[in-house]
Write a protein that binds this ligand. Structure first.
Ligand SMILES: C[S@@+](CC[C@H](N)C(=O)[O-])C[C@H]1O[C@@H](n2cnc3c(N)ncnc32)[C@H](O)[C@@H]1O
Length: 321
């Protein structure tokens, strides 16, 4: 079964690269129509399409035409809201090869010789694709995130979005709160995409991008709220304590820290979390941490009242003491 899963992933990725799902769109097309459109050999294409049908990504009408299934329309097609097509491509072409390159060193030393972020420095296209996956997730989650973090509507408020990358969370909060100003603190490599997103939402006056390394650079001060979304899993305990102390120093007393991460023991099945732990280990040297450990770090670094919600597993909100 695991072999089948590996093959299924590759077949879907292959289908995305060949543009099969977008070509079919909302139509029902014959094998011949698809093969002409994609300039593919019919004999070969049929074998791939049949496997995609067996996997539930395509289905066949009674007259033998191929259609996308609701699952494909929802998660793969690019015009139907958040699409995971780029995520599948980037995992296939970039992330799993990084596993292969790092596996031996990580198992011997506990750390990768080169992290995914370092690899992507020289590959802007891969970095963009990787981010479109993060953006798909942010678009998917931003509504529930907005419902969990309440800010004043009429008072000026400052947000620090640490490792905010693409900027979509800062953008959605600034859209909801007219007096909010945000700083996205991320590596220089993330700047271009963030600035494009900020400009396309006409928020240049309220969101700025600060380039830097949050492990070593000053984060500033006087912030009312800080986001640490999908950051802790990138690092080991010692680094996370450094980050949390810096975040504490950047917040005003009583300020809010919102963490969102792939936290073990919360809603995801154990094997999903274990998969991500191995993925983080091999690509960045981190892992998924249990809630109890994150709470103990918060306690150690000067945060109180950590709380979670069943509406968004992986979300932890705490107050700077
Ligand atoms: C997994 S992404 C999360 C992006 C966004 N917060 C989200 O949840 O969609 C991690 C982000 O942290 C940034 N990052 C990683 N290490 C960093 C460091 N040492 N200093 C600054 N940014 C860093 C990456 O560039 C990337 O944008």
């Amino acid at each position: 079964l695991d072999l089948l899963g590996a093959g299924a992933f590759r077949a879907v990725s292959f289908g995305i690269s060949l543009n099969i799902f977008e070509t079919i769109g909302s139509n029902a097309l014959t094998l011949q129509e698809i093969s002409v459109h994609l300039s593919c050999d019919q004999y070969a294409l049929e074998i791939l399409l049949e496997f995609l049908c067996s996997l539930g990504y395509l289905k066949k009408t009674q007259s033998g035409k191929f259609q996308n299934t609701p699952l494909t329309r929802k998660w793969i097609l690019r015009n139907a809201g958040p699409s995971f097509a780029d995520m599948i491509t980037v995992w296939d072409r970039e992330v799993f090869p990084i596993w292969d390159r790092n596996a031996e060193t990580v198992m011997k030393t506990g750390r990768p010789s080169i992290t995914l972020y370092e690899e992507f420095k020289a590959k802007p296209d891969a970095w963009r694709s990787f981010n479109s996956f993060e953006m798909a997730i942010a678009n998917w989650l931003k509504g529930v995130m907005l419902s969990q973090i309440k800010l004043p509507q009429s008072e000026p408020t400052k947000l620090l979005d640490i490792g905010g990358g693409h900027g979509l969370y800062s953008i959605s909060f600034c859209q909801k709160y007219p007096r909010l100003e945000a700083t996205i603190f991320d590596r220089e490599e993330s700047k271009q995409l963030a600035l494009v997103n900020i400009a396309s939402n006409k928020l240049q006056n309220r969101i700025r991008f600060q380039s830097g390394n949050f492990l070593s650079d000053d984060l500033g001060e006087g912030y009312d709220v800080a986001f640490l979304f999908n950051i802790l899993h990138n690092f080991r305990k010692g680094e996370n304590l450094i980050i949390l102390r810096k975040v504490r120093d950047s917040l005003v007393r009583g300020g809010t820290l919102a963490i969102f991460d792939n936290i073990s023991g919360l809603a995801s099945p154990k094997r999903t979390v274990d998969f991500f732990s191995l993925a983080y280990l091999l690509t960045v040297g981190g892992r998924c941490y249990p809630l109890s450990e994150i709470k103990s770090w918060l306690d150690e670094t000067g945060f109180i009242n950590p709380g979670t919600t069943i509406k968004l597993p992986g979300f932890v909100k705490a107050t700077r003491s």
